[in-house]
Design a protein around this ligand. Structure first.
Ligand SMILES: [Zn+2]
Length: 132
């Protein structure tokens, strides 16, 4: 005896076809991801100290005249040891600077307001809390 399925097949019904392939959607997602990656590359941050050859959260660029080193991207510890004044500092791009915790032991620390924002878009800054 013929089953119900056989009867339906005879009547011309077939198993449900898969929906149209979502190829177009996948392509769009890949393009989107590529744009995000490029944006991240533009926000490059230096955190490698050329003096002690270590990754540090407080590396900044110094155009100094200290003859004992050719390093320019230097962490706070090395800058203090080399007695490079903070007036030679060119950047405030390190994580420590961004968190407003950058502080030199050797001489005065330049105010963060002396540095222009790096080329990347930093967005609007919140109000400065002077109570801490
Ligand atoms: Zn260092």
């Amino acid at each position: 005896m013929g089953s119900l399925k056989d009867e339906l097949l005879k009547a011309g019904l077939k198993a449900t076809q898969a929906p149209k392939p979502a190829k177009a959607q996948n392509e769009r997602e890949q393009i989107k991801k590529k744009h995000v990656t490029e944006a991240i590359i533009h926000q490059e941050q230096r955190n490698f100290c050329e003096e002690c050859n270590q990754v540090r959260p407080d590396v900044e660029l110094y155009y100094h005249r200290n003859p004992t080193t050719e390093a320019e991207w230097i962490c706070v510890k090395c800058a203090d040891q080399l007695k490079i004044a903070d007036s030679f500092r060119q950047t405030a791009q390190s994580d420590t600077s961004i968190r407003k915790m950058f502080r030199r032991e050797h001489g005065a620390t330049r105010a963060a307001t002396e540095f222009k924002a790096p080329q990347k878009n930093t967005g609007p800054r919140g109000p400065i809390d002077g109570n801490r």
